[in-house]
Write a protein of this length. Structure first.
Length: 136
């Protein structure tokens, strides 16, 4: 399986619901977001994924939520704005953008992983299938 990835930065604001001390108060985090796509084969040009598409798509998603209080987003109405749930949120947005671009991009990744670094040593991730058949 081939893997291609990019990373971009995000300044996220949130507060955890429940008794989490200071984390229960609105605060901000500088996150590093990685988008990793996996495909079983290369295209005719020897590439596994269109990096330009990945970069523009992830930038679009992150721009929508940069410096926004995550708790105010409809997605987090009944969800903890945890790192793990933020990974799923970004994955679902990326999956929607990938499906919308199916006519523009020849081969879409078979698997997408979103990994968010909270610090130099701590991260959470979510990996999901795109459910796109791979062309021959």
């Amino acid at each position: 399986m081939f893997a291609t990835g990019i990373q971009q930065n995000l300044q996220a604001r949130h507060y955890l619901q429940g008794d989490f001390g200071e984390e229960s108060q609105p605060h901000s985090h500088p996150y590093r977001v990685e988008l990793i796509c996996r495909t079983p084969k290369l295209d005719a040009n020897g590439f596994s994924t269109d990096i330009d598409f990945l970069e523009s798509s992830l930038r679009s998603i992150l721009t929508e939520i940069d410096n926004v209080l995550l708790n105010d987003l409809p997605y987090f109405k009944d969800r903890q704005p945890s790192l793990e749930n933020l990974c799923v949120y970004i994955f679902e947005k990326m999956l929607f953008m990938s499906r919308s671009a199916v006519e523009q991009v020849a081969d879409l990744p078979q698997e997408i992983e979103i990994r968010i670094w909270e610090s130099a040593t701590a991260w959470a991730s979510f990996t999901g299938l795109t459910s796109f058949p791979q062309s021959s």
